[in-house]
Design a protein around this ligand. Sequence first.
Ligand code: GLN
Length: 213
Amino acid sequence: MSRIGVLALQGDVREHIRAIGECGADGFPVKSRAELASCDGLIIPGGESTTIAKLARNFGLFDPIVDAMSAGLPVYGSCAGMILLADRVLDAMSGQETFGGLDVTVRRNAFGRQVDSFESEIEFAAGKPFKMTAVFIRAPWVEAVGDSVAVLAEVDGHAVAVRSRNLFATSFHPELTNDTRVHRYFIEEIVAPNMVRSNSLTGAPRGSEGELR
Ligand code: GLN
């Protein structure tokens, strides 16, 4: 069973842990380096991106998260989590930091200038494409993507789901609905293949050595 950590500094942690459990994986909160080291995949939840970044610094998790991502840890960022994965942020707070790694430019609170929160029918174009209702709350959108980035869903011509290698992000909040297909996509299409790959390299399950990958 894959172990999916949810960065538990601020935001809607519990909802993600429930969704992970419904997908048959083991979801648990991550507040320490040891917990981070035991993850097969990590979710950065929605909340407030500036607060999560500051708390990650305070908890000594900021650099370990950056290192784990660049070593290949699968990470899914939703809403504020998308902002935290982005290399570039428009309408950022002054001095706002992100973990980065995803070669995209996001605009913070992009939809929120028109309306704070809304639902929209989207087509999610990963693996087997499906239609779903997506919940947006003061959401960012993706304004520009690098060559390595695939756009998986759009609203009114704005990218709202993107993936590049081990990094995946959505502007919306699947954890606030009963639809677990986006979590399933992350666990089955991004985390599981990565576990097979790293187990075949080390001959042992990852995360058992207590070291950061
Ligand atoms: N607007 C928030 C931010 O900038 C994100 C909102 C959310 O995660 N629902 O971090």
